[in-house]
Write a protein that binds this ligand. Structure first.
Ligand code: ZN
Ligand code: ZN
Length: 548
């Protein structure tokens, strides 16, 4: 079935897989393409700037990534989950003369938001979306982490800085997608490595420098074998504590990635009859990204155990969910965000609810509409009436409107995936953009910092620094300086959020491109934009045969 996307105006195809899933879930066929829909959903997923604020309930101080120009009150998470307020108190009568979305948005703007997402942490106030972690600072999205600074999407990572999408690693710096590694720096896509710099796609390597696609090696530089003595002599000659030197090495690393390294067409493991990237242990998944342990789903990203689901982002442990973002432990939930509920539609921030329609912030409720309690029969009657009205207004089956999103699109996860989005385009769709006021920013330009880490003293920790790219202000913390000195790492010049974005972009490609395998010349679909210029991309068979 062919359709014209209401947003980008481009033709898109609804595949048979999507059609049969829509039927199974009783989900309306989307009038916008899956890419535009994902962008809208991701505008509900914050990647905001950390700031100090106060609870609108108690005045208690808090740290949050929610904007200070919010459309709704903010409570501390502790207050939000307490019985100090009741979401049913905000209940509204449905008005058939007004658009349902505008009524739902009015309700949303009354209901408080928790200041932070996460639980069971010790000393992680300056974090968001953090779980079972300890002593982390200015980091987001992590589970069971300890002593992490300026990091994003990590699992069981310790004592590291600028770690992005890493697992079970320790003492790493500026690494992306590295697993089970210790003391590796400026590296990507590597596993089981120790004491190394600038590694790409290496396995079980130790004391290696600027290497790619290596397996089980020691004392290599640029994939050339040296003796232990030669290696350390050469390593010493690189002045790694110098910022200028590191910049040159980073440029050379990029050159190697383009011209010499072999890239796997995708990062799928045990993906049967499936199309997408970063798929692990999946079956019959179509157009999915970063999804694991899942069957029969389409157009889903960042999910685990979400069977029979269509157009879902950031959903974990679910069945038959559709067109939703951030909904975990849910079944037959549709057109919703950040909820854990069942048999419901158009929810935001609801937990343990069943049979609710258009509700915000409810906990353990049944048969509610616009946060008002009904009897079962009355609920069903009114719900059907609203759906009919919504169909007449062409609202039903659409995801929550951009105007109900978390805030500026440029401060959302959407911007990490769709970094070419323009302010005008988002405003036109009803969304928001947060311009950063740069007029009052005072501090030291990072161009004035000493080139060599050995020349930096503790006084730097009391000075505000200005990022040359964003003009955002940042500081060097004492723990951070100690880490840099111990590991001979020069001071960073850019704001930590910019550093995360610079790394994570290599992990956020949703679209595939046609290439020919560099070994067998077979045509393949690979997840590397053409502008990256990678020369050697291998099909799965050739990669396994030549490199494993
Ligand atoms: Zn579109
Ligand atoms: Zn091949």
């Amino acid at each position: 079935m062919k359709k014209l996307c209401e947003y980008c105006k481009e033709e898109f195809v609804i595949t048979d897989i999507e059609l049969s899933l829509s039927k199974k879930i009783n989900l309306e066929i989307s009038t916008i393409c899956s890419s535009c829909l994902l962008k809208q959903q991701l505008s509900f997923w914050l990647f905001g700037k950390f700031r100090k604020g106060k609870s609108d309930l108690s005045g208690e101080s808090l740290i949050t990534v929610l904007s200070d120009k919010n459309r709704y009150p903010i409570y501390t998470s502790h207050e939000w989950f307490s019985d100090k307020w009741e979401a049913l108190d905000y209940g509204m009568n449905y008005n058939s003369n007004e658009s349902f979305f505008s009524q739902l948005q009015k309700l949303q703007e009354q209901i408080p938001h928790p200041h932070q997402n996460g639980a069971n942490n010790i000393n992680c106030e300056y974090c968001d979306d953090v779980w079972n972690s300890k002593n982390c600072y200015l980091s987001r999205s992590m589970e069971e982490c300890e002593n992490l600074l300026y990091s994003y999407r990590n699992f069981k990572v310790k004592n590291s800085i600028d770690a992005v999408v890493c697992y079970t690693s320790d003492r790493c710096f500026s690494c992306l997608n590295c697993i089970n590694s210790y003391k590796i720096f400026y590296s990507r896509n590597s596993k089981d490595c120790i004491d190394s710099y600038f590694l790409f796609d290496c396995r079980n390597c130790q004391d290696c420098f600027m290497c790619w696609n290596l397996r089980n090696k020691k004392y290599c530089m640029e994939n050339i074998q040296y003796t232990k003595e030669e290696y350390f002599k050469k390593l010493k000659s690189y002045n790694l504590g110098s910022f200028n030197k590191i910049q040159k090495l980073k440029e050379y690393f990029e050159y190697i990635l383009i011209n010499k390294a072999v890239h796997r067409l995708n990062f799928n493991i045990k993906a049967f009859n499936s199309i997408g990237n970063n798929l692990i242990n999946v079956n019959n998944c179509y157009n999915c990204n970063t999804v694991s342990d899942t069957e029969d789903s389409a157009n889903c990203i960042r999910g685990t155990k979400i069977n029979n689901s269509l157009n879902c982002g950031g959903c974990w442990y679910g069945d038959r969910n559709g067109n939703s973002i951030g909904c975990s432990n849910s079944c037959l939930i549709k057109y919703s965000s950040w909820s854990q509920s069942r048999f419901s539609e158009y929810l935001d921030l609801c937990s343990d609810c069943e049979y609710c329609f258009g509700c915000i912030g409810l906990k353990k409720k049944k048969y509610c509409i616009l946060n008002k309690q009904y009897k079962k029969e009355d609920y069903e009657k009114l719900r059907n009436e609203i759906i009919l009205d919504m169909k007449n207004r062409r609202e039903y089956g659409k995801f929550l409107p951009y105007s109900m999103s978390s805030g500026g699109f440029n401060l959302s996860t959407g911007y990490l995936y769709f970094s070419n989005a323009k302010k005008e385009e988002i405003l036109k769709l009803g969304g928001y953009w947060q311009d950063i006021d740069e007029s009052n920013i005072e501090g030291i330009s990072t161009n004035e910092l000493p080139d060599f880490i050995g020349d930096v003293d503790e006084s730097i920790c009391s000075k505000p620094l200005i990022c040359p790219e964003t003009s955002w202000r940042f500081n060097i913390s004492e723990d951070e300086l100690t880490f840099y000195k111990q590991n001979n790492i020069p001071l960073p010049r850019k704001h930590f959020d910019v550093r995360i974005k610079d790394l994570v972009k290599y992990f956020m490609v949703l679209k595939s491109y046609t290439y020919n395998c560099c070994y067998c010349k077979k045509e393949i679909q690979a997840y590397y934009p053409k502008e990256w210029g990678y020369k050697n991309i291998a099909c799965e068979e050739c990669y396994q045969q030549n490199l494993n």
